[in-house]
Design a protein around this ligand. Structure first.
Ligand code: AMP
Length: 283
């Protein structure tokens, strides 16, 4: 596995791949890697001659009171994991090159990015699309792999790619979970042992809502939301949102669920913000 540190190193390597007509698969990450990230690498390997992974804690996607400073950074361990998963290159750029203060151009999606996390984290998705767009322009991968764990994020990226004609294929990879159902996340390491024990409840609630919907298919999206909110209205959870929305457009659903729907949830456990989601399949 090779380490790419600068934009020019990336361009040089990219040129040689182009010349040799190699298919490049790309996995953007913020590091502090776990099996969920490695699953993206494994999926990418299936359809790519080379898989590149970027590790960049993107300052543009953190709000002023968020965890940018304390976000876990475990570069050496990340490289070991990526090597064992079969990644061919890791791109570890400097903030000076990726986000120079002189840059005044941004990419902003204005529909799919508005509700859910977009409503609670102003500027977050603008930071994501700007960096992912830059990485796509620099690396020019044939395909790029994103986790369903961040369901809204992958939908925002897909919209950006469609609207701005980025020549890259976006692949969604299902959420990778711990044995007890907790969605793997770099932030899980913030959880105290007690919080870690409680954390799978987020997933359990999503499954309970699916069961409820299957037994009462005429239940409205609003009623399902009300049940979900009740399930998580107890200490120590601090619910941010639990919403049932159209799985693709993320628009609100009026009445019963007729088309595939996404239940998306975000909640604090202590100081740790967790998100999860579940798709209700209609056919
Ligand atoms: P992050 O490093 O958290 O920005 O995540 C980088 C990529 O890994 C994103 O596309 C995430 O959706 C994906 N990812 C993170 N956790 C998981 C997981 N548990 N299962 C699948 N993909 C994941």
């Amino acid at each position: 596995m090779i380490l790419l540190r600068t934009l020019s190193e990336v361009r040089e390597r990219r040129e040689s791949l182009w010349k040799n007509q190699k298919r490049l698969g790309f996995v953007p990450t913020m590091g502090a890697l776990h099996e969920g990230h490695l699953e993206l690498v494994r999926q990418a390997k299936k359809t790519s001659d080379e898989v590149w992974v970027s590790i960049f804690v993107n300052p543009l996607q953190f709000g002023p009171n968020e965890d940018l400073e304390r976000y876990p950074r475990t570069f050496e361990k990340d490289c070991e994991l990526l090597k064992s998963a079969g990644a061919d290159a890791v791109f570890f750029p400097s903030p000076a090159e990726m986000t120079p203060p002189s840059a005044t151009t941004f990419i902003e999606e204005n529909t799919v990015s508005v509700p859910l996390c977009g409503a609670l984290r102003p500027g977050h998705f603008k930071g994501v699309t700007t960096i992912v767009g830059k990485l796509f322009n620099l690396i020019q991968p044939h395909s790029a792999f994103f986790g369903e764990k961040d369901a809204q994020q992958v939908r925002v990226i897909e919209r950006m790619v469609k609207d701005l004609l980025f020549p890259v294929e976006i692949k969604r990879v299902p959420t990778f979970r711990e044995n007890d159902g907790l969605a793997m996340s770099s932030r899980n390491r913030y959880l105290s042992p007690d919080e870690r024990e409680m954390a799978p409840e987020l997933h359990t609630v999503l499954l309970k809502l699916e069961t409820l919907w299957k037994t009462r298919p005429q239940i409205t999206a609003q009623e399902l939301e009300t049940h979900g909110v009740q399930f998580l209205s107890h200490e120590p959870w601090k619910l941010q949102y639990l919403e049932v929305r159209d799985s693709e457009s993320l628009e609100r659903i009026e009445g019963p669920i007729q088309k595939e729907a996404l239940i998306a949830v975000a909640a604090y456990l202590g100081n740790t913000r967790l998100i999860d989601n579940w798709v209700l399949k209609t056919s």
